[in-house]
Every structure is written in structure tokens, then in C-alpha cells.
Design a protein around this ligand. Structure first.
Ligand SMILES: *Cc1c(COP(=O)(O)O)cnc(C)c1O
Length: 374
């Protein structure tokens, strides 16, 4: 069976974890965590990074840091993971869903401004498949209406908008190290605080509402309850697993990009059958997080997934539009979102992971082309 994903191992995780176990300090706010955070700050220029237990947690922190409250409106794409919306719904915000582009599952930036009202507080972007949204357009809209911008950059490690890393362009960027992402620690993530006004509160927020971090730095002589808080700091064991993954990012990206390019080349005949393949806008880099194709109908997609399964290949669909979800469908008051619906029904993701061999990739391509009689 060729699985959809196999989590990447660098081979150095066990040694790194053993090292932390020997220190007998396994909790969160330690040198090992700061090593990971500093690595990300140095390599990508993020101004302030805090590791979290997940991207979901980072998004929930973002909603609190922006003081999102009952009655505020937050604009985001409908074609996204539950956590993007749930983080803001938890604070009582009204979620305002925008459609995807016709040729890309990401938010249609040209439809955002029509959704802005005097209650709008923030735009939450999702850079789908690690492909940047058009940040120039989004930032112009945000500036005109004084809105905060949050990037759900869960899939965006090592991805860029022009020369800027994704996750560094909004007020806050939220990343995932879930095992399905390019590099990972099982469950984990980080928050990049790009707006300097939010750093101090973020440090208190992550540490159960206390100034314990300042205390550990010797800046105060006791630590106390100083604000609202979460328990969002991963253990040092998690950080120990993550550090060698971070250090392997360049070879991982090189391999994934090579596989992605092979897919794109081998599957290019699908264009003749009106099957959409991923495109990369000039302003975006490709971090090879995902290779997908978009079938002409839901039935065609189901048949393709079944065909591949019979050939021992696991291909999977992706999000179900949130405006039509069981939780939200009765709350949704907006217009139809035909492109989000189309990607929900027709998009299929192919196996893409570091250990996928060239031979396996060729097998997948041959079976996909066979299915379409190419
Ligand atoms: C993976 C993912 C998440 C959730 O990440 P976790 O670390 O599992 O919480 C959120 N948003 C998007 C777009 C994702 O791809």
C-alpha cells in the first residue's frame, strides 16, 4: 500500500529526546524550547516565536490577543480546516465566510472587501497548500478598514510571498507541526507575533495567565496571575523531537519539491480532460506541502479514489466547506459559495512525503492517467 502520508523522521529524534530525559527537566519553558524558537526566528526572521501544542492553540491565542469578542465579525475562507473558524467562534465572533478562487482553493481576495462591515475586526487568511494569498490586495483592504490580519499558516513552513516568509506578513502567524505537515512533532505548532504590541501579552497568555517567563528571566521576584491565560507550552520532550526536524528542513524541502515537480510534469496531460492541477502565482513560492488535482465532479472523484484504492494507493479528499457544516449551516446567512463547494466535492490529494520513492510516485501517476484513459 502506498499511503497518503508517512511522517518524516530525521533519525536524530531519539538521541535528542534521551538528552532531555537525562536533564530531568521535562516541562515547557526550557532551553530546548528556546532552541527551537530561536531557530525559527533566525532562519525566517520571525520577530517573536512561541511554540504551542498545535496550530489550533495558536489560532485560539490569536483570537484572545486581538480581543475578539461577542458581536465582532471575522472574515475567512469557507474552504478551510475547522480550527480556523472555531478559534474565533469560541470567543463569540460571527464568522463571515468568503468563497475560494475559481482556480485555487484559497480565499478570493477580490471578494473580501464586500464582506466588510463596521463590525469587522479581522481577516483570517489560509495559505492553502502553502501557496500565498495575494498579500498586497489583503493588506490594502486591511489598511483601508483598519482590520487586523491573521495568517493560518499551518501548511506554510518554508513558504514565501515574494521574499517574505508566510506567517510573517499579518499581525500574527499560526503554524502547525502536526504529523501530516512537512516537518512535525506529532502534535505541535507555533505562533509568530509580528505586531510588537502583542508580544508581552502573548508571553503571559501562553503561560497560564502568569508572568512566570519574566520570573524565570529574573525580571520579577515572584510570579503571579497577571492576565488571561492558556496552557499552551509543549513539553521539552516534544521540542527535543522537533529540533532535529527543524534542522532537516532544507533536505526535506528539496526532496518534496522534487517529488512535486515530478507529479506536475507527469500529470500535465490531465489538462486535456479539464482536470485542474495546482498553479503557483508569480508572487508565491512552492513549499511542496501538497499535490492535488480537481476532478470534474464529485462522482468522478469518488471513482478515482476507489480506482487508486484498488491499486493499493491511498488518495484522500480534503475540507468540507464550513458554511455547510452540521454546526454552522443553520447559522449561515451569506450567499452561496460555489467554488468552495466545488473544491469540497472535487479536490483529491495524492501521496506526497519525504520517503515516497520515485518508483512509487510513477506508479501513482500511471494509475491516475489510466483512470482518465490517458
Ligand atoms: C493542519 C491545519 C490546522 C490544524 O493544525 P493543528 O496543529 O493540528 O492544530 C489548521 N489549519 C490548517 C489550514 C491546517 O492545515
Amino acid at each position: 500500500m502506498i499511503p497518503f502520508n508517512k511522517p518524516y523522521y530525521s533519525g536524530k529524534e531519539i538521541g535528542s529526546i534521551s538528552g532531555v530525559m537525562e536533564t530531568k527537566v521535562l516541562t515547557g519553558d526550557t532551553a530546548m524550547l528556546r532552541k527551537c524558537e530561536t531557530f525559527l526566528e533566525k532562519k525566517y526572521g520571525f520577530p517573536k516565536v512561541f511554540l504551542t501544542n498545535s496550530c489550533t492553540m495558536a489560532l485560539e491565542m490569536a483570537a484572545v490577543l486581538l480581543n475578539i469578542a461577542e458581536g465582532d465579525e471575522v472574515i475567512m475562507p469557507a474552504y478551510t480546516y475547522v480550527s480556523t473558524a472555531n478559534a474565533f467562534a469560541l470567543r463569540g465572533a460571527s464568522i463571515v465566510f468568503a468563497d475560494s478562487k475559481s482556480d485555487h482553493p484559497g480565499i478570493d481576495e477580490s471578494k473580501i472587501e464586500k464582506l466588510v462591515t463596521e463590525k469587522t475586526k479581522a481577516i483570517v487568511l489560509v495559505h492553502y497548500a502553502g501557496i500565498a494569498c495575494n498579500m498586497k490586495l489583503v493588506k490594502e483592504i486591511a489598511a483601508r478598514h483598519k482590520l487586523m490580519v491573521i495568517e493560518d499558516a499551518a501548511q506554510c513552513i518554508d513558504a514565501y510571498y515574494n521574499d517574505s516568509p508566510l506567517g510573517s506578513l499579518g499581525d500574527i502567524g499560526c503554524f502547525s507541526f502536526h504529523e501530516t505537515k512537512n516537518i512535525h512533532c506529532g502534535e505541535g505548532g507555533f505562533i509568530s507575533i509580528n505586531n510588537p504590541k502583542l508580544v508581552e501579552r502573548a508571553e503571559i497568555l501562553r503561560n497560564k495567565g502568569t508572568n512566570r517567563s519574566a520570573f524565570l528571566r529574573g525580571e520579577v521576584n515572584r510570579y503571579e496571575w497577571t492576565g488571561l491565560g492558556f496552557s499552551s507550552i509543549p513539553t521539552s520532550l516534544t521540542a527535543a523531537f522537533l529540533l532535529p526536524q527543524l534542522k532537516s528542513i532544507d533536505p526535506v524541502q528539496k526532496r518534496r519539491n522534487m517529488l512535486w515537480e515530478k507529479y506536475k510534469k507527469a500529470l500535465s496531460p490531465l489538462a486535456k480532460k479539464d482536470i485542474l492541477l495546482p498553479g503557483i502565482p508569480a508572487y508565491a513560492s512552492n513549499n511542496a506541502h501538497m499535490f492535488y488535482l480537481v476532478c470534474r465532479s464529485g462522482d468522478e472523484r469518488a471513482a478515482l479514489i476507489k480506482h487508486l484504492k484498488e491499486k493499493n494507493i491511498q488518495a484522500v479528499f480534503h475540507y468540507q466547506s464550513l458554511h455547510r457544516s452540521p454546526y454552522f449551516k443553520n447559522k449561515y446567512k451569506g450567499a452561496g459559495l460555489p467554488y468552495a463547494d466545488r473544491f469540497s466535492e472535487c479536490l483529491v490529494r495524492l501521496p506526497l512525503f519525504y520517503d515516497l520513492s520515485n518508483k512509487e510516485l510513477e506508479q501513482v501517476c500511471r494509475q491516475v492517467l489510466d483512470f482518465f484513459n490517458l
